[in-house]
Design a protein around this ligand. Structure first.
Ligand code: PGA
Length: 260
């Protein structure tokens, strides 16, 4: 189960360092073992070094929220994959709906970045999800399938640990209204099916599929207990240690329940 925080464009560097430090302290002293729960934090670029330092002694991976598809060059304002790996990033979020909406990122852009991430051993967290309009017109599954197909065109995956897909319905992001667990499961099953066709059942079954969109401690259990939901990509609730770790506690309960 992967519990990943997407800090988006929040906090200054001292605030981010302090939050990462609280999370690290709680993980090293916590009464919960968080067995089977993997953690990731994806802060803004300028926070990466201080967050990586803060979580140095605990098992929390760090990721970026985007990157450029080239190694280097005249791309003012951009950050490359080699830069991210040189600082110690493990993950990179790609194709978040906010990038698609505000920066016109297309599936082809996401595809180029996924390939670049693979070259540099960064694990892409590929985000897909339909708008409310698309859901209401019955297109949710076809939109999401097209996004997965677009992002993964000509991408081969042999190690399921080399890819994460996050289903994030646009209408649930930042709204306080998560998808219902059954609604989310239905879409995760579509994604799993698509990955199975592409990479075979053995690989597809082990690619972590995260749900994102207003996941909070109070709704996490229902979502995380769905068979095809392997974790969460958490926005606003990841900005407070109590809520972020509260979701991880729910993940731990789900895991205990399924193994008992
Ligand atoms: P949210 O954001 O949890 O604040 O809805 C999730 C995301 O956009 O990754």
């Amino acid at each position: 189960m992967l519990i990943a925080g997407n800090w988006k464009m929040n906090m200054d560097v001292p605030e981010g360092r302090a939050l990462a430090q609280v999370i690290a302290d709680r993980l090293s002293t916590h009464s919960h073992s968080f067995d089977g729960v993997d953690f990731a934090i994806c802060p803004p670029f300028v926070h990466l070094q201080s967050v990586i330092d803060a979580v140095d002694s605990v098992p929390v991976a760090v990721g970026a929220q985007d990157m450029h598809a080239e190694d280097e060059g005249a791309y003012t304002g951009d950050v490359s994959a080699p830069m991210l790996t040189s600082v110690g990033c493990h993950y990179v979020i790609l194709g978040h709906s906010e990038r698609r909406e505000y920066y016109d990122e297309t599936d082809a852009d996401v595809n180029r970045k996924v390939k670049q991430a693979q070259v540099h051993d960064l694990v892409p967290i590929v985000c897909v999800g339909e708008t409310l309009e698309q859901r209401e017109s019955g297109e949710a599954a076809s939109v999401v399938r097209a996004q997965v197909d677009g992002a993964l065109a000509d991408v081969s995956i042999e190690d399921p640990g080399g890819l994460v897909v996050a289903y994030e319905p646009v209408w649930a992001i930042g709204t306080g209204e998560s998808a219902a667990p059954e609604q989310a499961q239905e879409m995760h099953a579509v994604i799993r099916g698509d990955l199975t066709e592409r990479y075979g059942a053995a690989v597809a079954a082990n690619v972590p599929l995260l749900y994102g969109g207003s996941m909070k401690p109070h709704n996490a259990y229902g979502l995380l207990s769905q068979p095809d939901i392997d974790g969460g990509l958490i926005g606003s609730a990841s900005l407070q240690a109590d809520r972020f770790l509260g979701i991880a506690e729910e993940a731990e309960s789900v895991l205990k329940e399924t193994t008992s």
